[in-house]
Design a protein around this ligand. Structure first.
Ligand code: HEC
Length: 114
């Protein structure tokens, strides 16, 4: 296989990813507890993710802030919120929040931001 074939395969793979994830398909959030997620958001995440906050965090309700992030897939968002991502602290700085609670909070923010 030549190098350019490998590059072509990569391109096709990337394009397929963009088409399958980027067509405005909303992720299925039915397995999450959005009520609980809202409480966790209000207790913790709001400090940085509320509209008007000066942080670099994507603001809740702002589709422009979230569209690209949602396209990365929920698993990536969960991973980044659990383990941290640039200025996003692991678990929003609350190490006692469980994985489930974090996922509910992410799902809640996403559900308000598309
Ligand atoms: C101290 C401020 C702060 C708090 C508190 C905080 N975040 Fe964030 N968060 C950020 C910043 C800043 C970013 C943007 C990071 C970047 O894209 O460089 C971010 C990004 C994210 C992202 C997007 C990650 C991605 O891959 O694009 C998710 C999801 C997220 N936060 C979830 C949460 C949840 C859930 C909570 C509450 C439990 C929370 N955050 C609390 C600052 C915060």
């Amino acid at each position: 296989m030549t190098l350019s074939t490998i590059k072509d395969i990569k391109k096709i793979f990337l394009l397929t990813m963009i088409f399958t994830t980027g067509c405005g398909n909303k992720p299925d959030l039915s397995r999450f507890d959005l009520v609980k997620g809202e409480q966790i958001y209000n207790n913790t995440c709001i400090a940085c993710h509320l509209a008007g906050m000066s942080s670099a965090a994507p603001k809740i309700g702002n589709q422009r802030d979230w569209a690209e992030r949602i396209n990365k897939g929920m698993e990536t968002l969960f991973n980044h919120s659990l383990n941290g991502f640039n200025d996003m602290p692991p678990r929003g700085g609350k190490p006692n929040l469980s994985d489930e609670e974090m996922k509910d909070a992410v799902a809640y923010m996403v559900s308000k931001s598309w």
